[in-house]
Every structure is written in structure tokens, then in C-alpha cells.
Design a protein. Structure first.
Length: 119
């Protein structure tokens, strides 16, 4: 399980991204979505077939990328509203995506969730 501070948000880009790019191109995609990739949050990107994912973040001193390529199957993203370019997910959902858990078959029980103010 990932352990992220509660102030760190995870932004998932809904549209596929060209995975040949690296730090600058992924940061550019985040900026085009109206986000600020230098803010310390995590930015999650997938390719068209959802077999490659990259997680971009800036730790205050350097850009970091976590990449994962599946040999079988594909990553599943949570349901999003039609027309949404990005969606915010929590650390538990990120862990389920990385572990390949089918989120439609694993219902989550209702829990208190403090609403974060938009930045």
C-alpha cells in the first residue's frame, strides 16, 4: 500500500498520452490540463492501450518518474464523467490501479472524507 501524506493529491489524465516523452513532455501535458506539476502532487498518465503508465512528481529539487509496463492485461481507471480531461483520485485508488484490482467488482464502503479546497 502506498503511504502518501493527506495533502498530496493524485491527478489522473483521462486521455491517453504518448509515452515516448519524459519529464518535460509529461509536465507539459499536466499544464495543458490546467494543473501545476511543480506543486508536489502526483500526475498519472497512461498510453492508449493502458499497458504503460507513468507517474510524475516534483519533490522540490528534482523531477521524478515512476513507470510501469504490464506484460499481460491492462490498467483499469475509475469511471469518469464524460468530457472530463482529468480526475482526482486518492492513494487507495492509485494502489488498486497499480495492483490490477477490478474496481467495479471491489465496492468501497462509505468513509468520512474531508473535502480539499481547490488550489
Amino acid at each position: 500500500m502506498l503511504s502518501l501524506p493527506s495533502v498530496v493529491r493524485v491527478f489522473l489524465a483521462v486521455e491517453p498520452v504518448d509515452m515516448r516523452g519524459s519529464f518535460d513532455s509529461l509536465a507539459g501535458v499536466a499544464r495543458r490540463l490546467g494543473l501545476k506539476p511543480e506543486d508536489g502532487h502526483l500526475y498519472l498518465f497512461f498510453n492508449r492501450r493502458r499497458v504503460v503508465m507513468k507517474l510524475l512528481f516534483f519533490d522540490g529539487a528534482a523531477w521524478c518518474i515512476f513507470a510501469r509496463r504490464l506484460e499481460q492485461g491492462s490498467f483499469q481507471i475509475p469511471a469518469v464523467k464524460p468530457g472530463a480531461a482529468q480526475v482526482t483520485i486518492d492513494a487507495a485508488t492509485l494502489a488498486m490501479i497499480l495492483e490490477g484490482i477490478d474496481m467495479t467488482r471491489a465496492p468501497r464502503r462509505k468513509r468520512y472524507e474531508k473535502k480539499l479546497s481547490p488550489e
